[in-house]
Design a protein around this ligand. Structure first.
Ligand SMILES: C[S@@+](CC[C@H](N)C(=O)[O-])C[C@H]1O[C@@H](n2cnc3c(N)ncnc32)[C@H](O)[C@@H]1O
Length: 443
């Protein structure tokens, strides 16, 4: 007998359900005959008609067909591609409720994963507008002759294919309103089939587009790109191989962002990590420093420091800061940023913080405070060293509640810290991504 499981036929008839909660990826959750059913497009409190799209052992998946009784928090999505495009999953929920839901997601992670609770909840950090905030993005590109056009944008939620979209409401308007023109431009290139991706990087003025190209551009192609860049005030780069092959088509852009509160200017390259939402970034830096209570006698360790986004503001307020980062090129940029801003009380080191480290010179130093801003996978490996280094007060910035919950559990139950305060930040409105900040103090 074959061991492969036979695919179950999905029930075709619509089913009615009452939605109880929202899953961590923004789907409504209902119990249907005792089984959890994740329903796209449904919100808590709503009565909906849905149709099954997938059945699993422990849960089912579905799509809302009709909202019979809408939630008071339901709003009209602004984007015509909402529901198809996989970029956003919460545009149908009002922004205030989105942030409440994100705080609940974080609270759940603390309780269920870390078995901890913050002593205090910080008010959520919210930006001036939940639209047009995104300044960094990777746009997929695909020439689809059947559709008679080149698709430029994000992937579809359900298929993984590129969505057929001509605008985006969460991208900065300069790029969100240019998707159609980019599509036409690429369609006119001799290598229209050989451009799989455009990486976008913006600062307060400049907008760089890095075209990933799998074949060389002809002179005519270059002229078309130049004309487009001139008309739209873009700066075009190309990438024909690995990360080192990123190069300006003509003149390089001096990308930089200003942090007025600290009188700093931070320079970066188009493919460097930078925070996507510059308004929230400024507010986040302000809050992180307020929580850390910097004093000029402090020595602070900034882990996962990137180009020095937290390190340099800290250096303007404390005695000494050491930044540690895994990417050599980001450390080079951080050093250069310190030099250009006239800060000589900072040191930077390259280290893989996911390896078991012991002999690094900076680990033998004493730090009374720390700031951590790890990627999604968290900071598990380095945490155990913090008490020995003398860290009394620590701010942890996180882009994934699951790993913050886990790390908070270790800090509180194994390493002798208290979870003093925590809160969410609206870094990625309309998406289910949760950015948060937490303050720990040594008991
Ligand atoms: C969320 S970003 C924060 C960067 C910076 N703090 C900022 O605000 O711009 C995470 C950083 O961790 C770095 N990183 C990723 N994996 C790492 C590793 N294994 N060891 C050290 N740093 C790593 C990335 O290069 C990135 O700069």
């Amino acid at each position: 007998m074959g061991r492969r499981r036979r695919r179950q036929r999905l029930p075709q008839e619509p089913v009615e359900a009452l939605v109880e909660s929202l899953s961590h990826d923004g789907r409504g959750v209902a119990r249907v005959e005792g089984k959890a059913t994740f329903i796209h497009g449904a919100l808590p409190g709503e009565k909906v008609m849905f149709r099954y799209t997938g059945r699993r052992k422990k849960h089912d998946e579905a799509e809302a067909l009709e909202i019979l009784e809408p939630s008071e928090h339901r709003v009209q999505p602004r984007c015509p591609h909402f529901g198809v495009c996989g970029g956003c999953s919460l545009q149908h929920l009002d922004p205030e409720e989105q942030i409440r839901y994100k705080q609940q997601t974080l609270a759940d992670a603390f309780v269920h994963i870390g078995k901890v609770e913050p002593e205090e909840w910080l008010p959520p950090l919210v930006g001036a507008s939940p639209w047009g905030y995104r300044r960094k993005a990777r746009l997929g590109v695909k020439n689809v002759p059947k559709k008679g056009r080149v698709l430029v944008g994000f992937r579809e939620r359900s298929s993984g294919f590129l969505a057929d979209m001509d605008s985006c409401e969460v991208l900065h308007p300069r790029i969100g309103g240019a998707l159609n023109d980019l599509s036409v431009l690429i369609g006119r290139l001799s290598i229209a089939d050989r451009v799989p991706q455009i990486e976008v990087a913006m600062d307060d003025e400049r907008c760089v587009l890095v075209f990933r190209i799998l074949d060389p551009l002809t002179e005519e192609d270059k002229d078309k790109l130049r004309q487009f860049a001139r008309e739209r005030d873009f700066v075009i780069y190309t990438q024909d191989g690995g990360p080192d092959s990123v190069a300006p088509l003509d003149k390089a852009a001096d990308l930089h962002y200003v942090l007025p509160e600290f009188n700093l200017v931070l320079h970066f390259q188009p493919t460097d990590f930078t925070q996507v939402n510059s308004d929230i970034n400024r507010r986040m830096l302000h809050q992180a420093l307020e929580l850390l209570q910097p004093e000029n006698t402090d020595t602070v360790l900034d882990l996962f420091c990137g180009i020095g986004n937290f390190t340099l503001p800290l250096a303007t307020r404390v005695g000494r800061v050491v930044g540690v980062e895994g990417a050599t090129e980001l450390v080079a940029r951080a050093r250069e940023n310190a030099r250009r801003n006239g800060l000589d009380n900072v040191d930077f080191h390259v280290a893989n913080l996911y390896e078991s480290l012991t002999a690094e010179p900076w680990m033998k130093q004493h730090f009374n405070k720390a700031l951590l801003d790890p990627p999604r996978s968290g900071a598990s490996e380095i945490l155990e060293h913090l008490p020995r280094m003398g860290v009394e007060r620590m701010v942890y910035v996180s882009c994934y509640p699951g790993t913050l919950g886990r790390d908070a559990g270790d800090l509180v139950h194994k390493l002798g810290y208290r979870l003093v305060a925590a809160g969410v930040m609206d870094m990625f409105p309309h998406t289910a991504h949760v950015e948060s900040i937490a303050l720990f103090e040594k008991r």
